[in-house]
Design a protein around this ligand. Structure first.
Ligand code: ATP
Length: 607
């Protein structure tokens, strides 16, 4: 797997998508991955498959010998003992075939289960290593959806099994039988190959049709899953029911399902005629081969025994070929689109860079930083320059959509700027490994997570490098004013898993405790108290003030009353930093901040 070290920029990561994956590349890649994952067992499986293929040919030759012996014995009035030996040989070959078939399917099942788990694990690891900003990109999310389907529905496993099966089982059988047939009549193998060339070519057309289908259906499937959630997931159902949204979502769900089915049907329809033509070609091929065989028998160039055995072999070969082309390859070609997306995703450049230790004596410095979300027309942050000194607390304020959260993601190294640079503790975020950047950083975020785990785990998740420390967890909960005191740390916080639920404000305090539990030199508080009542909020902000002492801290908030604790306030508007100063300085300048302050003051005074 090629891994390019990049800072995490979404546009650069997307360049991997331009790479074209031909069918041969996919087949080789899938087979090599299968061997790598299954290790020695893959070689054993393929070895057994080769033996099985040779046993099929051996059975045909043994049948011919038996029939030839029977013909000679009948013509010369010889006894049964003449046929015992060829009959015994045939019996041994048939028994061997059964043993090999059982062994092959056992090893195959063993390998497939093991491999699919390994591929899924690799996939999860990869998702953790791609740049975080990609999760804002619809195209990337489609790719994730298709890749997950590819692994969950075993498309990759089945595709690989079909390809390997063809190479080690069918191809060996056809080659061995081809030599045998060539010796009987040189035209025979040629007729058979010719009969299947158009069929094989048509598969490429089918692969293309189904790859297009995958691209069309991936975004639809994501919408379809979202509508399902909107109707019945625990997160959505209260609002959906209360606002009477069921019929609306149900209609969208049915429409999307209809579109997915329609696309599938169109793809099937496009390939139906191909399949029909294929069957006709195969049938004509079998007829031509039988005719050749018949002529060879009548002219005396092959024996009646050979005719019977070869005819049986030919029928087997044709049914195998038509199984391979019309069923197995046909199935495999449907998966090509998904597999291509999977490998494109697995080849995406990963975040990387130098490891080290940020030294916050150098503070945090953003220089002319701009960032545009994938698919957005206007930048969310434009040419922002900001320096946060060691031990300084900076508040960022501005209206909804001003770019505050985006600027924080850039300052913390989560997203890489499209232009400009961000230095965190003296390290350039563009060429420093994110693990290095995040090591000393903690945060409480606007959209915090409600982990379906115990109370203790919900806090300790922010510091998984060390074993959970019950004392530290309890202290963090106390500092965050988690007011469900006495709740044991092993209480499961999820009704879905037989536990209890918390109120919105309690969840938020828990998220604050999580942020506090993580050792840090740089703390980001992005709207950390939106769900907390005003009295408690004031206490929590006092707590933040203490915790931020001697560290770099950023607070994003709409509550201007609480920004006074900051050393400086940054005012953002339409993606730009419009002003920076203390509360008093900004008020005296009579700019955006003074307007916002006056509006909030009037709101409270007029109540
Ligand atoms: P709020 O106070 O409402 O939380 P904010 O100041 O934090 O807002 P941001 O969340 O940084 O604002 O968003 C800045 C701009 O970027 C907004 O115009 C928003 O619509 C846009 N934006 C945010 N996320 C995305 C995204 N994934 N794709 C496209 N545009 C986005």
């Amino acid at each position: 797997m090629s891994v390019t070290v990049i800072g995490g920029e979404s546009t650069r990561a997307r360049q991997a998508k331009e790479h074209k994956y031909g069918l041969t590349h996919l087949i080789l890649r899938a087979c090599l991955d299968y061997f790598r994952a299954a290790k020695g067992w893959a070689a054993v499986e393929q070895g057994v498959a080769v033996l099985q293929a040779l046993s099929w040919t051996a059975a045909i030759i043994a049948t011919q010998r038996l029939f030839d012996t029977i013909t000679i014995a009948a013509n010369h009035g010889l006894g049964f003992q003449r046929v015992v030996a060829p009959l015994g040989v045939l019996a041994v070959v048939v028994v061997l075939q059964q043993i090999l078939s059982g062994a092959e399917s056992y090893i195959f099942t063993y390998n497939s289960y093991g491999n699919s788990g390994k591929f899924m694990a690799d996939f999860q690891r990869k998702l953790n290593r791609v740049p975080a900003a990609l999760y804002e990109d619809a195209e990337f999310l489609d790719e994730v959806e298709q890749s997950r389907e590819c692994l969950e529905y075993e498309s990759l496993g089945v595709f690989t099994a079909i390809c390997l099966n063809f190479l080690t089982s069918y191809a060996v059988f056809f080659a061995a039988l081809g030599v045998f047939l060539f010796r009987l009549s040189p035209l025979l193998p040629l007729v058979i190959i010719a009969a299947f060339i158009p069929a094989a070519l048509s598969l490429f057309a089918k692969a293309r049709v189904f790859a297009e289908l995958e691209e069309d259906n991936a975004p639809l499937r994501r919408r379809y899953e979202f509508y399902q959630d909107a109707i019945a997931s625990r997160e959505f159902f209260k609002e959906t029911r209360l606002l009477g949204g069921f019929n609306y979502f149900y209609r969208l769900f049915i429409q999307t399902l209809g579109l997915i089915t329609e696309n599938r049907w169109q793809a099937e329809r496009k390939t139906f005629w191909v399949r029909l033509a294929l069957n006709v070609v195969s049938f004509l091929g079998l007829g031509a081969a039988t005719l050749l065989l018949f002529q060879a028998t009548m002219s005396g160039s092959i024996s009646v025994g050979a005719f019977v055995a070869v005819f049986a072999g030919l029928t087997q070969m044709f049914s195998l070929m038509s199984e391979i082309v019309t069923e197995r390859f046909s199935e495999a070609s449907e998966y090509v689109g998904q597999i291509k997306q999977y490998y494109q995703l697995m080849d995406m450049p990963e975040v990387g860079g130098r490891h080290g230790k940020p030294d916050f004596i150098h503070g945090i410095r953003a220089q002319n930083v701009s960032f545009t979300y994938p698919g957005a027309e206007t930048p969310a942050v434009i040419n922002a320059t900001l320096e946060i000194e060691d031990g300084e607390t900076v508040a960022i304020v501005g209206e909804n959509g001003a770019g505050k959260s985006t600027l924080v993601r850039l300052l913390s190294g989560l997203y890489q700027p499209d232009k400009g640079s961000v230095m965190i503790g003296g390290l350039d975020s563009a060429d420093t490994h994110p693990e290095t950047l995040y090591r000393e950083t903690s945060g409480v975020f606007q959209k915090y997570q409600r982990y379906k785990m115990t109370l203790g785990e919900n806090v300790a998740i922010s510091n998984t490098l060390n074993p959970p420390d019950a004392h530290g967890i309890t202290k963090a909960l106390t500092d965050a004013h988690f007011n469900k005191g006495g709740t044991p740390l092993d209480t499961m916080l999820s009704p879905e898993f037989g536990g209890i639920d918390l109120s919105g404000g309690q969840w938020q305090r828990l998220a604050i405790a999580r942020g506090l539990y993580r050792a840090n030199q740089f703390i980001v508080l992005d709207e950390p108290t939106a769900a907390i009542d005003p009295l408690e909020e004031a206490h929590i902000y006092q707590q933040f003030e203490q915790l931020a002492q001697g560290k770099c801290a950023i607070i994003v908030t709409h509550r201007l009353g609480s920004v006074k604790l900051a050393d400086r306030i940054v005012v953002m508007d339409s993606g730009e930093i419009k002003d920076i100063g203390t509360h008093a300085e900004l008020l005296s300048r009579q700019g955006k901040y003074a307007q916002m302050w006056a509006a909030q003051a009037a709101w409270y005074e007029n109540r």
